[in-house]
Ligand binder design. Structure first.
Ligand code: ACM
Ligand code: ZN
Length: 756
């Protein structure tokens, strides 16, 4: 019989139709990530002291996990026997897939592996009241709605990273973090254990890593771009003992999470070199870094360095059973190698072209060592430079080009582009956000990321194993702040890597996130809540206000007062004919929900007129387009990543503004971002040409000084009549030696051009 072996799904659906009570009632379940197929039907199953639990031996761990969860969460005690059944089912193809069936008489969980069953339990957990999360469910019975779910992940690699080098977090917190990943069906924890500012894993063969490399003398206060930089004068550090590492790895394993350790090489090695200066090119004594960025002292590829790294990795391999070991590979300046006789000799001796090929030689040699021990390497996308090691997996972080290149070479890739998956970026444009490195990555952008780059064929796309979000902790000093940065964006990540495109819908997701808040509250997780915030947009009809969640009112004022229940309810765009200051807040019945949004819109001569640019702004920083430069709205003082700043990478920019008719122009002002740590420089010069051909430079406006000096104001007083203005903005040029990003083109960020 050719049709005996039906696909799991069809078997499941026909199975459902025989058991579901009310076929026509199909409502969405509030589960994150959204399951492949789910139905809610009539009736409930009650769990109480009479309920039994039965399992096939291979699913015992997940059965016990559920029993523990229920018994810790409530006074209910489960019996052995009928009620909840864990059944091994080899017809479920995907080892991470599961079936969850809740009907009035029983609960059935079917999976081929314990991991699949574990994910069924995580879905079931989200059908239980939130009070189970903190042990405060007090009733003797809990009713679960009759439900049927078939579920499996879209991607096999679903990761979350944490940098414990810049700031150190307790073992207890690492376990909480792992619990958060498990709840959301993520399966990989990338533990970034070594960097310039601290070495965080005990290596018994090299005790100075614990004594010296694990500590820095002090730490930068505030943002890197603050001028002058200030330091706290306090020694900072710590490391995980091997016993603690084993405990974390075992804890993760019991939650079906693989821990991938990252041991950085050849760059980001300043802490290690501070303990063993002979591992660097100069042999000079240095200290672990006390501020952020990229540092020139990297491992020198000499025999004793390889011996050291192999000694380190031998111990690492004993602690981490993961197939993959992350060897870093990113941001390794070649300054020291260029000046090092050993490095230069090695280049000659091995017939290498340059320092990039020397890095490739370094990585390939470490790959060979690890491959011989049955392990595979992952490296950041810089490992493509100078040629990929034969079996390496590439983690694409500088956009997606690295992924495309690696997949086309038939290497596996994991997507972690800064633009969509760097959770150290700001998630809201509010002024009261905690200090972050920069950038802007709201929830929706994470949610809508497609891990498969458009440039790949279906065949090449198979090399994309999945995606991961990264949390670098330069500006994240506490565990509460880690939680704030990862939630709710981790919810979006989980659905992006787990759910199939046809099961993804942002508006629906937001409603489930709102529901999920209660669970996060019960878990004591310090999530960011920007769901009740307001987004404003200037349109041809006026200023539009929107909020994310349904069924709420936006109330607003135009007189600077805090909106309250007597304020006007927003229904139509607010006309802008003069200086307008809008304050708006979301209300639910009688309660104020979110932060108050405020926006000043100050029309000027160019407001609503025509503007053209000779070059497009960079895709990642195109704000609200060219018109954003004359929309009456100034950019944030703190964040160049908002809608109002336009970013250009290396280009000279020519801006033409057409005022529609000749106007008397008294003065012109604008501003430029100047955050040199992030490669952003004020332009070399700015020149304005008027209708009559006269040209004038714009000069720094010293009457205004930005407190952080990260913004340069420029202005010009003219009193000239003109219809057209041509503004030439000359890029700063190449970033000089000794600065972050030296040798690269500088960015130009320009704000509103105010013409009066
Ligand atoms: C990275 O963010 N340097 C991988
Ligand atoms: Zn060297």
């Amino acid at each position: 019989m050719p049709f005996r072996k039906l696909p799991t799904l069809i078997v499941f659906i026909s199975f459902l139709s025989s058991v579901l009570v009310a076929q026509n009632e199909i409502t969405k379940l509030p589960i994150i990530p959204n399951p492949s197929i789910s139905r809610l039907s009539e009736g409930t199953f009650s769990i109480n002291n009479m309920t039994g639990i039965t399992f096939d031996k291979e699913l015992e761990a997940s059965a016990n996990y559920l029993k523990d969860y229920i018994e810790k969460g409530s006074n209910i005690r489960l019996q052995k026997g009928k009620g909840i059944f864990f059944i091994k089912d080899n017809s479920i193809k995907n080892p991470e897939g599961y079936l969850l069936l809740v009907i009035p008489g029983k609960i059935e969980i079917k999976a081929k592996t314990d991991q699949g069953a574990f994910y069924a339990v995580q879905s079931l957990r989200q059908l239980l009241p939130e009070t189970f999360e903190n042990g405060s469910y007090s009733s003797k019975n809990v009713y679960i709605p009759a439900t049927s779910i078939f579920d499996e992940p879209k991607f096999q690699y679903r990761g979350m990273h944490l940098d414990v080098a810049r700031h150190f977090f307790s073992v207890e917190f690492i376990k909480k973090y792992i619990d958060m990943l498990a709840m959301l069906k993520l399966n990989t924890f990338h533990w970034h254990l070594t960097d310039d500012q601290g070495w965080r894993i005990e290596i018994q063969k090299y005790p100075k890593l614990q004594e010296i490399a694990a500590y820095r003398n002090e730490t930068l206060i505030g943002h890197y771009n603050t001028d002058p930089q200030q330091f706290d004068g306090k020694r900072y550090g710590g490391f995980y003992t091997q016993e603690e590492v084993k405990e974390v790895v075992a804890y993760a394993k019991s939650r079906h999470i693989t821990v991938i350790p990252e041991i950085e090489m050849p760059g980001h090695a300043q802490a290690a070199i501070s303990a063993y200066p002979e591992l660097g090119c100069t042999g000079e004594q240095i200290s672990a870094a006390t501020k952020w960025g990229v540092f020139e002292d990297i491992f020198c590829p000499k025999e004793e360095t390889f011996e050291f790294l192999e000694g380190v990795l031998d111990e690492v391999l004993d602690l981490f059973p993961s197939e993959y070991i992350h060897i870093g590979g990113d941001e390794a300046p070649k300054t020291r190698w260029k000046a090092c006789p050993h490095c230069q000799n090695l280049i000659k001796e091995k017939g290498l072209k340059d320092e990039h090929e020397l890095q490739s030689y370094f990585i390939t040699r470490m790959e060979k060592f690890l491959n011989e021990k049955g392990r595979q390497i992952i490296g950041w996308d810089e490992i493509l430079e100078g040629g990929l090691a034969p079996n390496a997996t590439v983690m694409s972080w500088r956009g997606t080009n690295g992924a495309v290149e690696a997949a086309k070479q038939h290497h596996n890739v994991i997507m972690t582009p800064t633009s969509h998956l760097y959770f150290d970026y700001y998630q809201s444009e509010n002024d009261d956000e905690p200090l972050a490195i920069g950038g802007f990555l709201p929830l929706e952008k994470v949610y809508n990321f497609n891990p498969i780059p458009k440039e790949l064929s279906d065949e090449e796309a198979k090399f994309v194993l999945g995606a991961q979000a990264n949390l670098w902790t330069e500006y994240i000093t506490t565990e509460q702040q880690v939680e704030y940065m990862v939630f709710p964006r981790m919810l979006a990540l989980s659905e992006m890597v787990w759910s199939k495109p046809e099961n993804k819908n942002y508006d629906d997701f937001v409603q489930r996130v709102e529901h999920f808040h209660k669970r996060l509250d019960a878990l004591g997780i310090n999530y960011a809540n920007h769901l009740y915030e307001i987004e404003g947009n200037l349109t041809a009809n006026g200023y539009e206000l929107k909020t994310l969640t349904n069924g709420k009112n936006i109330r607003y004022s135009l007189d600077g007062s805090e909106p309250n229940l007597d304020s006007k309810i927003y229904s139509n765009p607010i006309p802008i004919n003069e200086n307008t200051y809008i304050k708006a807040t979301v209300f639910d019945d009688g309660t104020k929900l979110g932060n108050t949004f405020s926006q000043a819109i100050n029309p000027h001569l160019a407001f609503g007129k025509k503007i053209t640019l000779n070059v497009e702004p960079n895709k990642a920083y195109s704000g609200s387009g060219a018109t954003g430069l004359i929309n009456g709205i100034s950019g944030s003082d703190k964040r160049f990543g908002d809608k109002e700043w336009l970013g250009f990478w290396g280009d000279d920019v020519e801006i033409t503004i057409d005022l529609g008719e000749e106007k008397q122009i008294q003065w012109i002002k604008t501003r430029f971002y100047d955050a040199q740590g992030q490669w952003i420089y004020a332009p070399k010069n700015i020149e304005i040409t008027f209708d009559d051909g006269r040209r004038f430079p714009m000069r720094p406006d010293t009457s205004i000084l930005h407190p952080k000096k990260s913004i340069k104001y420029v202005s010009i007083v003219t009193n000239i009549k003109s219809r057209f203005l041509k503004i030439k903005v000359k890029n700063f040029g190449t970033i000089p030696e000794g600065k972050q990003g030296a040798g690269n083109k500088a960015w130009t960020f320009i704000d509103e051009i105010i013409i009066k």
